[in-house]
Design a binder for this molecule. Structure first.
Ligand code: SF4
Length: 287
């Protein structure tokens, strides 16, 4: 029988734990609770909370809502969301992760203090990601978002740059971006950069690499939209090419387990422990 191990370092980070416990607390008071966007990038966990009454809505919907309770998830929101809520009498349950909140404030402060004719805010992150939208909102939409080294062509190197990172980007990739900007920035032009990557993800990398290398096959459990899931999955694949991404136990292909003596299960900061346990149980019954 195949030996199955769940990575102890995988599972919800404290930002997600906090958002989910706030949702559960509010749902125990009254079953009508709205959440702006998926509370977590994991459809099974969303479905579990929706069964308790949580209703997921998008930004268009809240513009037409009034007198309801609206939970803001760990990713945070731009200032406009708070303004709409205030205008519509929507009561906000703010579950923005404290790490994201600190980053929003830091960007806002830099934006308000800088000379805009000489310097720009640049954010290293995924265009359109909810957290990045919240960060760009601190600059009235004026920040430039870069996702990869090739996006540096968007920057004017004769103007100052103040660089921040989305919390879930890779530390190595951020280092590469910093090095490239340093190499290209005009002489005497200001370049300030802040490594604002959350260590809840970065600190998991050495552990997940070790874990992936210890097993014959790795099942990485995460939703496709999870940004930190992509980073951690990439690290697993580097350490063990026999790594497969699944979002639930139903997606396990028995062929992956043939010839394997050990299987490791790990996941993102948005992957519930109970889901990894379900995957482990399925492997044990299939092998
Ligand atoms: S990964 Fe870090 S910043 Fe993001 S929700 Fe978790 S603790 Fe907060």
């Amino acid at each position: 029988m195949i030996r199955v191990e769940i990575d102890e370092g995988s599972g919800f980070c404290f930002g997600v734990v906090n958002a989910i416990s706030q949702a559960e607390r509010e749902l125990s008071i009254d079953s009508e609770l709205y959440c702006l966007g998926d509370i977590v990038h994991n459809s099974r966990e969303v479905a579990r909370l929706e069964a308790k009454g949580l209703r997921t809505v998008n930004h268009e919907r809240i513009a037409g809502m009034s007198n309801v309770r609206l939970l803001l998830r760990a990713h945070g929101e731009p200032p406009v969301t708070y303004r709409i809520a205030a205008l519509n009498g929507i009561r906000i349950i703010d579950a923005t992760c404290p790490v994201v909140l600190r980053l929003q404030k830091k960007i806002r402060k830099s934006y308000l203090e800088m000379d805009h004719s000489r310097c720009r805010i640049v954010i290293f992150g995924k265009t359109g990601h909810a957290e990045v939208n919240g960060l760009v909102g601190q600059t009235e939409g004026n920040a430039i978002v870069i996702e990869r080294a090739s996006d540096l062509s968007k920057l004017d190197f004769s103007k100052g740059i103040c660089l921040f990172s989305q919390t879930t980007m890779s530390v190595d990739d951020f280092g590469e971006i910093v090095a490239l900007i340093k190499a290209n920035i005009g002489e005497g032009v200001e370049f300030r950069y802040y490594d604002t990557i959350c260590r809840q993800v970065a600190n998991r990398i050495p552990n997940i690499r070790r874990f992936a290398a210890m097993h014959d096959v790795i099942l990485f459990v995460a939703g496709e939209k999870s940004s930190n899931g992509k980073v951690l999955l990439g690290e697993c694949r580097k350490a063990n090419p026999n790594t497969h991404l699944i979002s639930s136990a139903d997606e396990i292909d028995i062929k992956w387990l043939q010839d394997a003596k050990t299987a490791g299960i790990c996941g993102a900061t948005s992957t519930p422990k109970w889901l990894m346990e379900e995957v482990a149980e399925k492997i044990r019954t299939k092998s």
